[in-house]
Design a protein around this ligand. Structure first.
Ligand code: BEZ
Length: 210
């Protein structure tokens, strides 16, 4: 059965471009993004991995590590890394899992046979400090992902873990947020003493808590 939000991210051991890892140990107490790409030496994947390398400091600011995966072997990943640095201007600075035996791909349901029998689709799993799966995305091979969106979603997850708020459409860090409907007005007064704007009883807008 495929993974669902709130499930514990399955643990595994694997070979990577940075040596063998045990996934839960590698995550440690922080957050992690595990993402698959279909194949080494392919154009869209090359751009994606360069972009994740560029954004790595932004993931780190959020206490989040990044790790990629494809069903190619580690030697191939390492050879391809030169092309990524050369063409994208950002060298690989995070591990890529070599999943030639598809152990991890199967564990995370990253191969969708009706899309492609053998290659991984573009899966993304955001995993929190308790090793719970908090967000899942699946893109086809032909569509590169927007990793700024994944950072935005992590901002929302981390904010809403700590405050009784939800984030509205197109929200980004610093924008107003929504008081969760489960919080009564009396409870909201305790948490948001400076007040909020009521557009509807269920739609109460408040500045983002610090
Ligand atoms: C790519 O990364 O460009 C790609 C990979 C597999 C199929 C199609 C495109």
């Amino acid at each position: 059965m495929s993974l669902r939000l709130g499930d514990t991210a399955p643990d595994f051991t694997a070979e990577t471009t940075e040596g063998p890892i045990s996934f839960h140990d590698w995550i440690g107490d922080g957050w992690a993004v595990l993402f698959s790409h279909p194949k080494d030496f392919t154009p869209v994947c090359t751009t994606e991995l360069g972009e994740v390398a560029r954004l790595k400091p932004e993931f780190a600011k959020r206490g989040c590590q990044v790790i990629g995966l494809s069903v190619d072997p580690a030697d191939s990943h390492k050879q391809w890394a030169g092309d990524i640095a050369e063409t994208q201007g950002h060298a690989l600075n995070f591990p890529l899992i070599a999943d030639a035996d598809r152990k991890v791909s199967d564990l995370y349901d990253m191969i969708h046979p009706n899309a492609n029998d053998t290659l991984t689709v573009r899966s993304v799993f955001v995993i929190d400090g308790n090793k719970k799966v908090r967000l899942i995305l699946t893109y086809p091979a032909s569509t590169g992902r927007n990793f700024e969106e994944i950072l935005r979603a992590i901002d929302s997850l981390q904010l809403t873990d700590n405050h009784k708020v939800a984030t509205p459409v197109n929200w980004k860090h610093g924008d107003d947020v929504i008081i969760v409907p489960a919080l009564s007005d009396d409870e909201a007064k305790q948490r948001f003493p400076d007040g909020w704007k009521t557009l509807k009883p269920y739609l109460r807008v408040v500045p983002q808590p610090k």
